[in-house]
Design a protein around this ligand. Structure first.
Ligand code: AN0
Ligand code: CP
Length: 317
């Protein structure tokens, strides 16, 4: 694998999950692969899980790892070509990227949607510049439109916990005080559409995601109906995608919060969320603390999804 930006880069998903579960059983089996290889992780946005799990994955593979927080200690970067740089930006991304590429063998990039320009976000302008100008394999650590390490970890988790061949998996929108990207729900949909699950998306009207990710998935605007017989509830907030409301908050309807009453409508479903999660906005204390909540196990699988992806990239060097 050269770059990892979406589910398709994994090829056969069953094989990818199988490989991930084997890696999980013996994390240090491939330590030789990363010897004298350097992983650079570049963050334009905050992170807890991605930073730690990806660094751990690199270390499990014997790599040296470096982390750069663009907004803490690095020069402020201009991203637009043609700008007269007389403002507060000291360096251009077009120099910074190949320079960073010089110092490493693989680059992970986190660059969220900025919600300033839908085309720029949905063309993955920043991630694609890394692919084009770094000279090194690049993987997404959540870019503008996708979070494929999260989607992969979510699929691994569902495979581990499912009690039937074709479980019902429900992605539900839930309220949040700030406008959040569509990257996580996009990637979750991307993975679920490829997996052997009965996939349903539920959200208030106006929160429709990009068709490119939804594809044929069922949309149910009534959350209670969507929850009926569900085996997994995957909660996430996102801001509107559709024009003219791209990046806007249309609702903070607390009746969409995942509560014990809502979970009672399901088939004793497991509760999932990528984290970080705002309690009593997205999910009640009771649900996230219940035995059905697998958010911690899900986060643990971030190390495994990252390690599977980095291993495959190392094998292609
Ligand atoms: C980010 C998001 O919604 O994309 C990261 C989630 C992994 N969440 C926040 O910014 C709170
Ligand atoms: N789920 C996830 O990507 O978490 P972080 O934003 O903390 O990395």
């Amino acid at each position: 694998m050269k770059n990892y930006t979406n589910v398709k880069d994994l090829g056969d998903l069953n094989l990818a999950v199988k490989e991930a579960l084997e890696i999980k059983k013996n994390r240090f089996a491939y330590k030789h692969l990363g010897e004298n290889k350097t992983l650079l992780m570049v963050f334009f946005n905050s992170s807890l899980r991605t930073r730690l799990s990806t660094q751990k994955a690199g270390m499990n593979l014997g790599m040296n790892t470096m982390v750069l927080d663009i907004n803490q200690g690095a020069w402020k970067l201009e991203t637009e070509r043609g700008v007269i740089m007389d403002g507060d930006k000291t360096e251009h991304l077009l120099e910074a990227i190949p320079v960073m590429g010089n110092y490493c063998d693989i680059i992970g990039v986190r660059a969220f949607a900025q919600f300033e320009n839908k085309e720029d976000d949905y063309q993955e302008k920043i991630l694609n510049q890394f692919i084009k100008y770094s000279g090194k394999p690049v993987f997404s650590m959540e870019a503008a439109t996708g979070h494929p390490l999260q989607g992969f970890a979510d699929l691994i988790t569902i495979e581990e916990y499912k009690k039937k061949d074709r479980p019902k998996v429900v992605l539900t929108w839930a309220p949040h005080p700030k406008a959040l990207p569509q990257a996580v729900p996009n990637s979750f949909a991307d993975f679920m559409n490829e997996a052997d699950v009965d996939f349903v998306i539920t959200h208030p009207e106006g929160y429709e995601l990009d068709d490119k990710f939804v594809r044929g998935a069922k949309i149910e605007y009534n959350q209670d109906k969507a929850f009926a017989d569900a085996d997994f509830i995957y909660a996430k907030n996102w801001a509107a995608y559709a024009d003219p409301n791209y990046g806007k908050i249309l609702s903070k309807d607390m009746s969409w919060t995942v509560t014990t009453e809502k979970m009672a409508l399901t088939n004793n479903a497991y509760f999932m969320h990528c984290l970080p999660v705002r309690r009593n906005m997205i999910v009640s204390d009771d649900v996230i603390e219940s035995p059905q909540s697998i958010v911690i196990q899900e986060a643990a699988n971030r190390e495994i999804s990252a390690q599977t992806v980095i291993k495959r990239i190392l094998e292609s060097l």
